[in-house]
Design a protein around this ligand. Structure first.
Ligand SMILES: [Mn+2]
Length: 368
């Protein structure tokens, strides 16, 4: 029995102020591409089942584009008669009862089994049962639903558990509403042939167990996520459990660190062979406030013109940036008077200039 597990596809996620050639936000388009690449791969693999463990959508109320895209792509699986088991994650779970759950859009799909209400669902097939625990806002209720699963295990069939949760403190995403699976319930995992987890964005097998896996996300929801190994998991359940992670091709994220004091030679030495279409972060360091004012963003960007997006970060030398912040914190008048104080030595003349400056500032400030 072959199963494909993927997760955290965050359809509708957008980032960076740049459009692709279809006029869609570049990163939003990247997430659609990652999704359809995975559907392409699944149709080639022809597994017996497909699992998606939550955060199919980035929001509980996705845009029309995200919804129609999801419908089109899931329909490809549906028409190929590959059953898809799906649970709601914390991102798409409605935060209030007034909102209808978005995953309900798949109700009319014959081969889609979605758990999105605030209940656990058991989807039963001939040789295998899927125990689907969606994200549930009320933790007490969530634990009650977990009890229900524990009490309904059919030991004559293969068993798969689907959850969207943090298991072990390492996998915390520091997000609103994320659920930390209670350690004292971890004994449950060995009652399943495979535990399919969503929420953590890197592919990961939990060391303590040999059957508990995060599929990881299909794309990067932040430029801090520099992982290149995004994709899907292929599971072979026939004898011993075999788990293989397959990666898909993502847009490149490239980071360049540039010494601002030797900028020209630093730029000359750049390896730009992989720059085409990439998202670039150029970090200027060794920078004081005067030098920073001399270096124009457009000058830096002109060297990365084959990239899709260039973000420039400036790391000011610490002592200088402190004094700069102090300048901002005082009024322009105080700053100017302080300047006069240091520039004019003759006390009489200094007093005269300071009085004149105060007079002029008072005119500006009262608007007379
Ligand atoms: Mn997620």
């Amino acid at each position: 029995m072959k199963i494909v597990h993927f997760s955290d596809t965050h359809l509708g996620f957008s980032d960076l102020d740049v459009l692709n050639s279809n006029g869609v936000n570049l990163r939003e388009g990247d997430f659609y591409k990652a999704f359809s690449d995975i559907i392409d791969a699944i149709l080639k693999i022809k597994p017996d089942f497909v699992l998606h463990t939550g955060d199919l959508f980035h929001r509980a109320s996705p845009t029309n584009r995200a919804i129609t895209f999801a419908l089109e792509q899931i329909d490809r699986l549906n028409r190929a008669k590959i059953p898809l088991i799906l649970i709601a994650g914390n991102h798409e779970a409605p935060k209030s009862k007034a909102l209808a759950p978005i995953l309900k859009i798949f109700d009319s799909f014959e081969n889609v089994y979605a758990a999105y209400s605030q209940n656990a669902e058991i989807f039963e097939f001939k040789d295998i049962n899927f125990y689907a625990l969606p994200h549930i806002n009320d933790e007490k209720k969530l634990l009650g639903e977990l009890d229900k699963i524990e009490n309904s295990l059919d030991l004559n069939k293969k068993r798969i558990l689907l959850m969207h949760a943090t298991v072990g403190a390492y996998y915390l995403m520091h997000e609103f509403g994320e659920w930390v699976f209670p350690k004292e319930r971890e004994y449950l995992f060995e009652k399943f042939d495979y535990v399919a987890l969503g929420h953590w964005h890197g592919f990961s097998g939990l060391k303590k167990f040999n059957n508990v896996y995060y599929a990881g996300s299909s794309e990067r929801t932040s430029s801090n996520d520099t992982r290149n190994d995004k994709g899907y998991v292929v599971i072979d359940l026939d004898k011993d459990l075999k788990v293989r992670h397959e990666t898909i091709k993502l847009r490149k994220f490239l980071k360049f660190e540039l010494d601002a004091k030797n900028l020209e030679s630093e730029i000359k030495q750049l390896d730009l062979s992989k720059i085409e279409g990439a998202i670039v972060e150029a970090v200027l360091y060794n920078l004081d406030i005067n030098l920073s004012m001399e270096i124009d963003n457009s000058y830096i960007k002109s060297h990365f013109d084959r990239a899709s997006y260039v973000k420039i970060k400036r790391h000011l030398l610490e002592s200088k940036s402190e004094s700069y912040e102090n300048v901002e914190a005082i009024t322009l008048q105080d700053y100017f008077l302080e300047y006069i104080n240091t520039q004019i030595e003759d006390e009489k003349q200094k007093k005269r200039v300071i009085e004149k400056a105060r007079e002029l500032f008072s005119i500006v400030e009262t608007g007379l």
